[in-house]
Structure formats: structure tokens, C-alpha cells
Ligand binder design. Structure first.
Ligand SMILES: Nc1ncnc2c1ncn2[C@@H]1O[C@H](COP(=O)(O)OP(=O)(O)OP(=O)(O)O)[C@@H](O)[C@H]1O
Ligand SMILES: O=C(O)[C@@H](O)C(=O)CO
Length: 421
């Protein structure tokens, strides 16, 4: 069977989250890191996700990388393309969700697509076009303090219109609850009225599955990982998919570490939990800025410990804001990412082979530095967070790339228990 589903993800943890959704649906999925240099894929691959690090780069660069990824996927012959962004719609007023969606629509000769970041299993729901994170509207959730993409509006209609060329219209929950045909009719109505993006309400997985059915035949789909849940069934029904596959845990031998650069409320809770259990080391941004070799310091410390360790740069919103005032928003983020990436390489050099990395940008920096070019997706630790197998710096590695906001407080030890650490 040929590769039938393709996706372009705007960050690395988001890509793994999507891969995990398709792996759970029995697909054989490969995650390519960055623009692929080769089309050499395992012969039974059903779906490929190209993981870009394009969420916070300038919009024109995000557009050109996404178009190159689209061309690569089209050359594989995929039937449907998903543009995967964050379930909390992480973006700035300039993009990059809007500009990339517009560019993909144009390149594919289309005039309409769906915009659906909903992810009910992780508490991201959409009602009357407003995105909620747990019980709070997006703009009142901890996402308002995100270091790179603070979200200060909850209306997906306004958010999308502010950064794109077209109008966004709602498919209300009453319509979604009537099932796939009604949703499709809702999209058709919007398109006829000149809307370019359809935003369907969704509060439960059942809504996402109905939406998935409605998206049968829509060549470009955009959203979070949950919008992808229902797509494999359409292809299975049409006979385009073989028997379901079962994911395997990665085999990697070596010490275990958690590296955290995410400053989300969830990650900070996970750090607080694990700091009681394991040796932990905090990377200080002021030391990095002062030119201290923090990587060597952290690695010397790591070698003196036994068992799993935690190394983190994450701070609370006040300290992040202070760091950004001092060094600039993007510069502060990049300094921390570079330090954590250098530490990751040093750890692998010293025999660490099982790494949990918290944060999408952080994961991007770490796996690029490790020279990983693809991930084999294994079983999930928690919704959207799978273990992955990879080759990095010539070694077999087990990597768990955790989206900032995902997972319960005990997610780090649970991840390692799955590998019997
Ligand atoms: N103490 C700090 N001060 C300022 N910035 C920091 C600090 N610690 C980490 N950062 C930066 O904050 C950013 C966090 O983004 P990252 O994508 O890694 O996490 P996230 O947004 O929570 O995760 P996700 O994208 O998966 O939702 C990174 O650029 C990181 O380097
Ligand atoms: O959709 C999500 O929340 C995640 O997959 C993600 O993209 C975090 O960076």
C-alpha cells in the first residue's frame, strides 16, 4: 500500500502528538524531522508527518518551509494533507497559522478548509467558536503567559481572521451533533457565503470522530491532533489501508534524564513532583548570558549522580517575564534552547540513552542537535505523548517529546517506568 496520509506539523512535539493519534488508529507512521532529504521510507508506511520548527519563525520562512514539505508529501502521492498546529492555537497576530494555511490552500488550488484545534482528551474544547483550556477560556488560561506566543483572545474566529486573508465562520455544536452529513452541509454553506475557514464546535471525542467523517475527501485539513482521529476510518472504509499495526517500545540501553525547557503550568507541576524524587539541576539564564559554560557544569553534575536525573531551565511567569525584559523574548528562549540542546548532546556522549524532553521548541532544539532525522512512534505515556525510537549521534535512543501542557504531575516517572527504569 502507498503512503496515503501526509502532515506538516509546526513543531516537533505537536508532530509526535499527531503521529501518536494515527499509531493508535493502527497506522504505520514515520515522523520526519525537518524537510526530508530522502523519500526512502519503510515499504509499509501509511502516513508521514513532517515536523518543522515553524511556529515562531518569521511568517515568510514558515510559509516557504511548509510549501516545500507539501511538495515532498505530494510527490509521495498522499491523498489528504493535514497542517498540524497547537491545540491552544499558539501563534502571534502575524501568524504563523493563518499565513501557512493560506499558502497551502493556494498551492493546492483550494478555497476552503477546516480550522479545528480542539483536543477534548486534553481539555481543549471549542464552544460557539471560543477555545477553552480545561474550564477556562484560552485567554484566561495559563496560555496568556506563554513565553513565545502569549494567547490573549479566545475567539478562534477573531484569532484566525487577524492573521489570514479570509473570513472564518462557525459550524455550531447543534450541527456537529447531527453528524457528518450535517457538518459537511455546514461547511458547504460557509463556502457558498464566501467564508474561507470553517470552525466547528467540539467538546467530546465523539464530536471529533463525526468531524473526521465529515472531512472525508477534504484535501487540506488544519488543526490539532484530534481532528486527525477520524481520518483513518475513512481510508479504511475505502479499502486504502491494510491491517492495523501495533506500536512497539523503543529499545535503547543507557541512563535516563528529563530535560525541561517548557515553562507551562503542567511542566512546572511535573518538575515540582520529580524534584522530590530525583536529583535535579536548574539551568540559570543569567549564567548563560554571563558566558558561563553551563553545559559543562550541568554535565559534570549529571555524571556525579546515579539513577534518573532532571535538568530544567523552566521558570514561573514572573521570572520568564523578567528574563525577557533583560534579554528579549526570542533571545531568552533561544539561549535556553541552545544550552539544553548542548546538555542533551553531552548526556548522550556520556551514555544516556533515554531522554524525556518537555516543550516543543525545546524538543526541536534538542533533537536537531542530536542529529535525529526521523522518529519511530511507539506506545503512549499519556494522551499525545508517545515514546519514540531514534538514531542520534550514532546511538539508539528512546525519546519522549512532551508537549508543554500535556501529562499529569507524575508523567516523568511514569514515562520511565514504561521502560523499566
Ligand atoms: N527561564 C526561562 N526564561 C525565559 N525563557 C525560557 C526559560 N526557560 C525556558 N525558556 C524558553 O521558553 C520556551 C518554551 O517553549 P517550548 O515550546 O519549549 O515549551 P512549551 O511552549 O511549553 O511547549 P509546547 O510548544 O509543546 O506547548 C523555549 O524557547 C525555552 O527556551
Ligand atoms: O496540540 C498540542 O497541544 C500539541 O501537540 C502541541 O502542538 C504542543 O506544542
Amino acid at each position: 500500500m502507498a503512503v496515503i496520509l501526509g502532515a506538516i506539523a509546526d513543531d516537533f512535539t505537536g508532530a509526535t502528538d499527531l503521529c501518536s493519534t494515527w499509531v493508535k488508529a493502527g497506522l504505520r507512521v514515520v515522523q520526519m524531522i525537518g524537510l526530508p532529504a530522502t523519500s526512502d521510507l519503510p515499504p509499509d508506511t501509511d502516513a508521514v508527518v513532517v515536523a518543522l520548527k515553524s511556529r515562531t519563525i518569521p511568517a515568510d520562512e514558515a510559509v516557504s518551509q511548509s510549501l516545500a514539505a507539501l511538495e515532498w508529501l505530494q510527490a509521495l502521492g498522499v491523498r489528504q494533507v493535514l497542517f498540524k498546529y497547537c491545540s491552544t492555537f499558539d501563534s502571534t497576530p502575524e501568524g504563523n497559522i493563518g499565513p501557512v494555511t493560506d499558502a497551502l490552500l493556494d498551492a493546492m488550488g483550494l478555497d476552503f478548509t477546516v480550522v479545528s484545534p480542539a483536543f477534548p482528551a486534553n481539555g481543549r474544547t471549542i464552544y460557539k467558536g471560543n477555545l477553552f483550556v480545561g474550564d477556562l477560556p484560552l485567554a484566561e488560561s495559563s496560555m496568556k503567559d506563554h513565553p513565545l506566543t502569549p494567547m490573549r483572545d479566545s475567539s478562534l474566529i477573531r484569532l484566525m481572521q487577524a492573521q489570514s486573508r479570509g473570513r472564518a465562520g462557525l459550524v455550531p455544536l447543534q450541527t456537529v451533533r447531527q453528524g457528518a452529513d450535517a457538518i459537511r452541509a455546514g461547511f458547504d454553506d460557509l463556502r457558498k457565503q464566501g467564508f474561507r475557514y470553517g470552525v466547528p464546535d467540539a467538546v467530546e471525542d465523539q464530536d471529533m470522530l463525526a468531524l473526521g467523517r465529515a472531512l472525508d475527501g477534504m484535501a487540506l485539513v488544519t488543526g490539532g491532533s484530534a481532528v486527525a482521529m477520524g481520518l483513518p476510518q475513512n481510508l479504511r472504509d475505502s479499502g486504502a489501508l491494510g491491517a492495523a499495526a501495533r506500536p512497539a517500545l523503543p529499545k535503547a540501553v543507557g541512563r535516563a534524564a528529563v530535560l525541561a525547557g517548557s515553562c507551562s503550568a503542567a511542566t512546572r507541576g511535573q518538575i515540582a513532583h520529580v524534584a522530590q524524587l530525583w536529583p535535579s539541576y536548574r539551568v540559570d539564564l543569567d549564567h548563560i548570558a554571563a558566558g558561563t559554560d553551563v553545559a559543562t557544569e550541568a554535565l559534570d553534575w549529571a555524571q556525579a549522580q546515579s539513577g534518573p536525573i532532571l535538568i530544567y531551565g523552566s521558570s514561573d511567569p514572573e521570572e520568564v517575564a523578567e528574563n525577557q525584559r533583560r534579554y528579549g523574548r526570542m533571545q531568552a528562549g533561544e539561549m535556553m534552547e541552545r544550552a539544553l540542546a548542548a546538555i542533551a548532546c553531552g548526556l548522550v556522549d556520556r551514555g544516556f540513552a533515554r531522554l524525556v524532553v518537555a516543550g516543543g521548541e525545546t524538543s526541536g532544539a534538542v533533537i536537531s542537535a542530536l542529529g535525529v532525522d526521523r522518529l519511530a512512534i511507539g506506545p503512549e505515556v499519556s494522551p499525545g505523548v508517545p515514546w519514540c525510537g531514534a538514531k542520534g549521534m550514532g546511538r539508539d535512543l528512546a525519546l519522549c517529546l512532551k508537549s508543554g501542557n500535556f501529562g499529569g504531575p507524575d508523567m516523568f516517572p511514569r514515562a520511565l517506568e514504561m521502560l523499566d527504569v
